[in-house]
Design a binder for this molecule. Structure first.
Ligand code: NAI
Ligand code: MG
Length: 502
């Protein structure tokens, strides 16, 4: 159900930020790119340019890494107590909360997502993540370890471990949840005492830049967080191959994940964590609460326009309920109000870019070519902006591209199954393993199935449930390591064993 694509305007406060000249944050200063270059930022609902930002590349990355190294090794940051560090992160969360509406508007303008959703999900989750990680700063502990050392009879030792920050970390983030991805990465790095060079996605740089203006106010010393806007092939590649970066944390495509591993390997063997693609199975068992499962299946794929690494993009339904469920999801799809994210009634905005719209439409074409049928949607919306109709595909086969590859758009491919055994094998038949969901009234079945699904997150009778305390990440080619929870703290620290002979 399309509503007007006419652009409602953001508040004057938000526009006074958007209209500024946007620079790089290096060593506490906002500076132009060394090359003097800038690039355009677009409103994806209209295709119009809304801002220009500095185009950082290798020279700027070098400056930023130097600043981060200095801040890690000397000056006030390493001298702070854990409690002081925690309070700064908490203060950052408070400041973000004070500017919640502004951040939600920026996110909507820049990414295209509905402002109402950014205000209810993206920004509050980012605030909560910072608060959760603020609490960790004072709880990063080693162990005291009784050692035996058989080859030194009679000798006594006191041995313990320290968990120390990894050092200078590069964080490269995507455009689907620009502020939230920045928070997921920055939170644990700050809590553990690392210093950071953050490379934001070229499609959506604005919310991270706005956040950059809050670091000083929260009390962080210069150089602790540096922000580079620029392109992947230049700024991103310079970071992942930099010899003085101790770790790179990346979220994005599997293809670029491989490039990052290669760059880390051929430079200084920096540590790597990756959060990559997915093709997550959403499984409805015959005994499920079917109306709830239908709503859940729609939310699983259409939330954030399907631009979620964990989107429920393969929907498994028993033969006996297939028509009822897919018709129900198609009905949801047709009712979604697609329009400009700032319009209060919009349920789904545009995709983030022309490139993404074309990519998703190529998958729709390949689905058609291979024999799948669109029960709802199935094409781009003509006119301004990068809109694609919410789509439900049926008549799929396991070898189709729309079943095997991540589409990253509002397109669900439905699969009919007969036997539960065949179902588990089919659900796991993917190079990815990020998330999965099961809808059933039989909890014993749910727990058993949860163990057999090869995925980093399994949701039962729900979908897209995230919490700062819950680790998130992938099996198989969906990634290395976990974000959030105490697992994220572990991945930004390393263990030192100290042994004292008494
Ligand atoms: P991408 O992987 O190219 O971009 C993500 C980030 O990586 C951006 O900041 C980009 O500048 C940076 N980057 C790109 N090339 C790089 C390089 N050579 N070295 C270092 N950094 C580099 O993803 P893109 O092109 O925006 O989207 C392509 C597909 O990737 C999507 O269709 C989707 O399937 C997947 N994707 C998955 C995401 C996730 O959350 N796991 C997020 C975004 C995209
Ligand atoms: Mg790319």
């Amino acid at each position: 159900m399309p509503i007007t694509a006419e652009a409602p305007s953001a508040s004057r406060n938000t526009m006074s930020f958007v209209d500024r000249e946007h620079k790089l944050l290096i060593d506490g200063q906002w500076v132009a790119a060394a090359s003097g270059k800038t690039f355009e930022v677009k409103d994806p609902a209209t295709g119009r340019t809304i801002a220009r930002v500095a185009e950082g590349d290798k020279a700027d990355v070098d400056r930023a890494v130097k600043a981060a190294r200095r801040a890690f090794e000397s000056g006030p940051w390493p001298a702070l107590t854990a409690s002081q560090r925690g309070r700064m992160i908490w203060k950052l969360a408070d400041l973000l909360e004070q500017h919640l509406d502004e951040f939600a508007e920026i996110e909507s303008l820049d990414n295209g997502k509905p402002r109402t959703i950014a205000a209810a999900a993206d920004v509050p989750l980012a605030i909560d993540l910072f608060r959760y990680m603020a609490g960790w700063a004072t709880k990063i502990e080693g162990n005291t370890i009784p050692i035996s050392v058989g080859y030194m009879p009679g000798a006594e030792f006191h041995a313990y471990t320290l968990r120390e920050p990894v050092g200078v970390v590069a964080q490269i983030i995507p455009w689907n949840f620009p502020l939230l991805m920045a928070a997921w990465k920055l939170g644990p790095a700050l809590a553990t005492g690392c210093t950071i060079v953050l490379k934001v996605a070229e499609e959506t740089p604005l919310s991270a830049i706005r956040l950059g203006h809050l670091f000083k106010e929260a009390g962080f010393p210069d150089g602790v967080v540096n922000i580079i806007t620029g392109f992947g092939e230049t700024a991103g590649a310079a970071l992942s191959g930099h010899p003085d970066v101790d770790k790179v944390a990346f979220t994005g495509s599997t293809e670029v994940g491989r490039l990052i591993v290669k760059a880390a390997g051929s430079s200084n063997l920096k540590k790597v964590t990756l959060e990559l693609g997915g093709k997550s199975p959403n499984i409805i068992l015959p005994d499920a609460d079917i109306p709830a499962a239908i709503g859940g299946a729609a939310n699983a794929i259409f939330f954030n326009h399907g631009q979620c690494c964990c989107a429920g993009s393969r929907l498994f339904v028993h033969r006996s309920q297939f028509d009822q469920v897919v018709n129900g999801v198609a009905e949801h799809a047709r009712k979604i109000k697609v329009g400009h994210g700032l319009h209060p009634e919009t349920g789904m905005g545009p995709l983030v870019s022309q490139i993404q719209q074309d990519r998703v439409c190529r998958f729709l074409d390949s689905g058609k070519r291979e024999g799948a049928k669109a029960l709802a949607g199935g094409q781009r919306r003509e006119g301004d902006g990068y809109f694609v109709e919410p789509t439900v595909l049926i008549d799929t086969r396991p070898d189709m591209e729309v079943i095997r590859e991540e589409i990253f758009g509002p397109v669900v491919a439905a699969v009919r199954y007969d036997e539960p055994e065949e179902l588990i094998a089919a659900a796991n038949d993917s190079v990815y393993g990020l998330a999965a969901a099961i809808w059933t009234r039989d909890l014993s079945k749910a727990h058993k199935l949860a163990r057999r699904l090869r995925a980093g997150s399994v949701w039962v009778n729900c979908y897209n449930i995230f919490d700062a305390a819950l680790p998130f990440g992938g099996y198989k080619q969906s990634g290395w390591g976990r974000e959030m929870g105490h697992e994220a703290i572990n991945l930004y620290t390393q263990t030192k064993a100290v042994t004292v002979q008494l």
